[in-house]
Design a protein around this ligand. Structure first.
Ligand code: PLP
Length: 371
């Protein structure tokens, strides 16, 4: 058997090679590399799929967060509440604008921001909340939306890992003022480079976001506001347009693999991924928890099996955010989870035999040491 990969992008490419090659060649033929027609076609198809009015392509998920907050005029002196258990980009975008990331600990089952701890962190300076829909499972949006309404706060959903996930029949990323998606290649809908999108039902925010991604301009060489250069390029849009058609099928394949893991690993004393009854989990990661994480990681490494640690350090312990830390505040759930979490391979093309090999090694590890 070939070595199992954490994610095998080439295997997926081979399944759609003709469609992808054709789409890329069409862009080359049109030579509309920036803001070609394929960009607006993809934006339209994505907005239809997600049931959201506006989808504005941009250069990455990080830029989507940045542009969203620029459109909301978040900046120096403002505070933005978010989770300390996320990829760095969430808090980075806040800090880059001169605002302060204010952390709230996570729920121990979903690993998403714990809504019951948010209100104690709201101050006069709070402008927005960024719930992160981590690993493919939505944050508990209803209480977060009520808090935002009651305190006049904006909601920016960091849905980078959760395209296709649902909360009470709504797609993650479509419930707040703005939703941000990443199309980083290993995401459930991955480009062949960096790309992202901003989702909203608010036409004035949509207009501002679009302008910001184009240097603050609607009319060529006339700049109404400060912006950046963050466009979705035509080659990436062409790839994404092809891949969007396959997304539901790929999501179902991820769910099936997750179900196989869950069935086979129950009863071993591990904490397995939780899916709330009102949610659809799309398993961008299948992350398990054990206090013996480091020992398990060493065992898997020795067996030549892949795994990842998402994430080994909470954001409040990252040197980059040192200046934002309030020394009196701890995040016990996040701190425990970062020491215990480990992600197993999950991608649509992962074969049953490979899943079996991973399962049998995990069983061997846990059963051997418990006997
Ligand atoms: C939760 C989260 N937010 C934001 C981002 C940033 O997306 P990108 O890598 O496209 O800039 C990522 C990407 O990994 C992410 O996982």
């Amino acid at each position: 058997m070939q070595p199992i990969k954490m994610v095998d992008l080439h295997r997926q490419y081979l399944t759609i090679k003709e469609e992808i090659n054709h789409a890329i060649l069409s862009v080359l033929d049109s030579s509309e590399f920036i803001m070609g027609r394929v960009v607006s076609e993809f934006e339209h198809e994505l907005s239809q799929y997600l049931g959201v009015q506006f989808a504005i392509g941009c250069a990455s998920g990080t830029d989507a967060l940045l542009v969203a907050m620029m459109a909301m005029e978040i900046g120096a002196g403002d505070e933005v509440i978010t989770s300390p258990f996320s990829f760095v980009a969430t808090a980075e975008a806040v800090a880059l604008l001169g605002a302060r990331p204010v952390y709230v600990d996570i729920d121990s089952r979903t690993y998403n921001i714990n809504p019951s701890l948010i209100s104690e962190r709201i101050t006069q300076k709070t402008k927005a909340i960024i719930p992160v829909h981590l690993f493919g499972h939505s944050a508990d949006m209803e209480p977060i939306l009520s808090l935002a309404r009651a305190n006049d706060l904006k909601i920016i959903e960091d849905s980078a890992q959760s395209i296709g996930a649902k909360y009470k029949n709504h797609f993650a990323g479509t419930l707040g003022d703005i939703g941000c998606l990443s199309f980083y290649p290993t995401k459930n809908l991955g480009a062949y480079g960096d790309a992202g999108v901003i989702l909203t039902n608010n036409s004035s925010l949509a207009q501002r976001c679009r302008m910001i991604t184009e240097h603050g301009s609607r009319v060529k060489y006339y700049h109404e506001m400060l912006g950046i250069n963050s466009r979705l390029d035509s080659l990436q849009a062409a790839v994404l347009k092809v891949k969007l058609k396959h997304l539901e099928r790929w999501t179902e394949a991820r769910i099936r693999i997750a179900q196989r893991y869950t069935q086979a690993l129950s009863g071993l004393g591990l904490i397995l991924p939780y899916c709330a009854p009102c949610a659809k989990h799309v398993y961008n990661q299948y992350s398990i928890r054990t206090p013996r994480r480091d020992e398990l990681a060493a065992f898997l490494k020795e067996k030549g099996l892949p795994y990842s640690i998402h994430y080994p350090f909470p954001l409040h312990e990252q040197p980059a955010f040192r200046e934002f830390i309030d020394p009196g505040i701890r995040f016990p759930v996040t701190e425990a989870v970062t020491k215990e979490i480990l992600s197993l391979p999950v991608f649509p093309e992962l074969e049953d035999g490979e899943v079996d090999a991973i399962i049998s090694s995990l069983r061997q590890f846990f059963q051997r040491s418990s006997s």
